[in-house]
Design a protein around this ligand. Structure first.
Ligand code: X8Z
Ligand code: ZN
Length: 629
């Protein structure tokens, strides 16, 4: 598992693995950050405190990262135990430092020191209270939840020949998440989809009690840090008051919601044409198992059902990769080459030696993709169970974005070795992914120049992107709306599942395929809940990546529509992007944003501009339909 370091300078925890929170340690060194204890602390004492804290944090980062990596790439009782121990040390260190930092509350500090001190005071995203046993219990729960998810499997036999190879040497018909996801992606049989969707959700009811206990512990920890509950603590990490961040998220959602509503309406109508009124009634939320993704979070796999312009040239990225005999390494090399084309230095040899690219069959691993920075310098790695398809091609770019960001800010003080805000970290690689246009695919030899669709079928490309990116927006928002309500007590453990579905319906317009069992804990079947990774970052990233893309295309002098712009090979864009990335979290995120885009506000207008031609199409398609749910 991972829970992770604290150091929430811009609200994100300092990252070992971007995608997860990270902890730091060190109970054995209770006196490591020792400062003089005179009544009125001096500036010099504050300086020494921060310096000592930095050394201690670097030390635990190095040690804990390796142990967490071992655990995530080989889940056993032993690696779980080791992760739990170092996680507890980290939690204790975080709590201790937060409390010690309070000593300087009345001292006026220079801006930079105040920023570091604030980060320390905010502690971890999963803070342990300062009482014996709390950090240990918390860490054990977190390890257990994370590993339970990683090991999740269930039994289901499909008779569809396209899944026959799942059942070779598999007499008990056991499916893992990767296989179950393939069925959800490709099957069009509603009974089968329902069974597999429900099957995966049998892994999570055992997590619920531990999850509820974890919430109690971290809420107590958050209260000790001075936050009403853990949700307030999380929302306080965005260089603005926590309440303002709630409004900011609402504002961004209201900007993009009209686009989502049109997409939802059209997709439901197309699913209705395919499945009929019983499976897809036109006045109801959409069944969550029909959208090509285990969580209904991005819908690219059902593209064939909604393709706008038929019988024209189209780019099937999965087929291109398969036909060109791409393997996992080649996918990652191709991703790396995009970054180096912008002027970034190639990844170090150790990246290739130490990363996990494929699902091993001899041991349990956490397959959910993540990017790691083990020594806060050069030992960057990804951990992924890569499949040769379009989705994973994008995910490779996403993960590499984390690694290149980590390298860009490696010379910052440890407090600032993280994203400007956590949404930035998730947006870097995705922004690069937006430049994977047909013309780019020609340049790298994946697509024949004669097979580039002409602009009259741009709607197809836009629809595919919207199914991935626009469909994601309300999911990106609702996951932490749920956690915020769990943390503030609005959803008690008895209401966890009903609350989850209340928000799934409210934001996404989705529903479960059948009544959920009384013991269901469906949030636990989504990695980031048992993996304890905050999720609002992905919502922000889906806004920011379009802002970055637009700014990059402006720098590149692009004059065409945003969706056909690729910044591949543009060194000027690379240098400007690098300048923002190098800042890490050293300045409030609006300054980092301004450095690259010229504006200091997150803003949905770039995503709206990107999809404008599709919006026109969707409105026309929907004009005689009754939308909504
Ligand atoms: O978790 C991820 C990355 C790792 S940071 C693969 N993502 C979210 C998810 O899979 O739910 C990327 C998009 C959203
Ligand atoms: Zn990520």
């Amino acid at each position: 598992m991972k829970k992770y370091l604290l150091l929430a300078v811009a609200g994100t925890a300092l990252l070992t693995a971007a995608c997860q929170d990270k902890n730091a340690d060190t109970s054995q060194k209770e006196d490591a950050v020792e400062v003089a204890t005179s009544d009125a602390p001096t500036l010099q004492e504050a300086k020494e405190f921060l310096e000592a804290a930095a050394i201690e944090i670097e030390d635990i980062n190095l040690r804990a990262s390796l142990i967490f990596w071992e655990n995530a790439t080989n889940i056993t009782d032993e690696t779980d135990a080791a992760a739990a121990v170092v996680g507890a040390e980290a939690a204790k260190m975080s709590t201790r430092m937060s409390n010690q930092a309070k000593r300087f509350n009345d001292l006026t500090l220079p801006v930079d020191m105040a920023r570091k001190m604030d980060g320390l005071k905010r502690g971890s995203n999963f803070p342990a209270p300062d009482k014996p046993g709390a950090a240990d219990e918390l860490s054990e729960i977190q390890t257990s939840l994370n590993s339970a998810y990683g090991k999740g499997k269930f039994s289901y036999k499909s008779n569809d020949p396209q899944f026959a190879d799942f059942y070779e040497d598999n007499p008990e018909n056991i499916l893992n998440l990767g296989q179950a996801s393939d069925i959800i992606a490709k099957s069009r049989n509603p009974e089968e989809l329902q069974s597999v969707w429900e099957g995966w959700r049998t892994i999570s009811p055992p997590m619920k009690t531990e999850y509820a206990r974890m919430v109690e512990i971290i809420n107590e920890g958050s209260a000790e840090l001075g936050f009403k509950d853990t949700g307030v603590l999380w929302r306080a990490g965005y260089d603005m008051p926590a309440d303002d961040f709630t409004k900011e998220a609402d504002r961004l959602w209201s900007q993009v919601k009209p686009l989502y509503d049109e997409l939802h309406c059209h997709v439901r109508a197309k699913l209705n044409e395919n499945y009929g009124d019983t499976v897809v009634p036109l006045d109801q939320p959409i069944r969550a198992d029909l959208l090509g993704n285990m969580w209904g979070q991005s819908w690219g796999n059902i593209y064939p059902l909604v393709e706008p312009v038929k019988n024209v040239k189209s780019v099937d990225e999965t087929a291109l990769l398969v036909n060109a005999n791409y393997d996992a390494i080649k996918m990652v090399k191709t991703g790396e080459a995009f970054f180096t084309s912008l002027g970034f230095a190639p990844l170090p040899e150790t990246f290739w030696e130490r990363s996990l690219f494929l699902k091993p069959d001899d041991r349990e691993v956490v397959c959910h993709a993540s990017a790691w920075d083990l020594d806060d310098k050069d030992d960057v790695r990804i951990k992924m169970c890569i499949k040769i398809n379009s989705e994973d091609f994008k995910t490779v770019h996403h993960e590499l974005g984390h690694n290149f960001y980590q390298r860009a800010y490696k010379n910052q003080p440890v407090f600032y070795k993280t994203g400007a805000n956590d949404g930035f970290h998730e947006a870097i690689g995705d922004m690069i992914g937006l430049s994977i246009t047909p013309e780019y695919l020609v340049k790298i030899g994946l697509l024949d120049a004669n097979d580039v669709p002409d602009a009259s079928s741009d709607l197809n490309l836009l629809m595919h992107q919207a199914l991935e990116k626009v469909a994601f927006l309300p999911f990106g928002l609702m996951v932490d709306q749920w956690r915020w309500k769990v943390f503030n007590g609005e959803y008690t453990p008895e209401q966890y599942n009903a609350g989850w579905w209340e928000l799934r319906e409210k934001y996404q317009g989705l529903r479960a395929p059948s009544t959920r069992p009384d013991d269901a804990f469906d949030p636990g079947a989504k990695y980031h809940i048992p993996g304890n990774t905050p999720y609002m970052r992905y919502f922000l990233a889906h806004i920011l990546q379009f802002q970055f893309h637009k700014a990059a295309c402006d720098i590149a002098g692009n004059e065409g529509p945003l969706h056909s712009c690729s910044i591949y090979g543009n060194k000027e864009v690379g240098a400007r992007f690098d300048a923002m990335m190098k800042m890490g979290a050293s300045r409030p995120w609006p300054e980092a944003l301004e450095a690259f885009t010229g504006t200091n506000k997150m803003d949905g207008s770039a995503i709206l501009e990107y999809f404008d031609p599709l919006m026109v199409y969707l409105k026309e398609e929907n004009k005689d339909r009754k939308c909504g749910w």
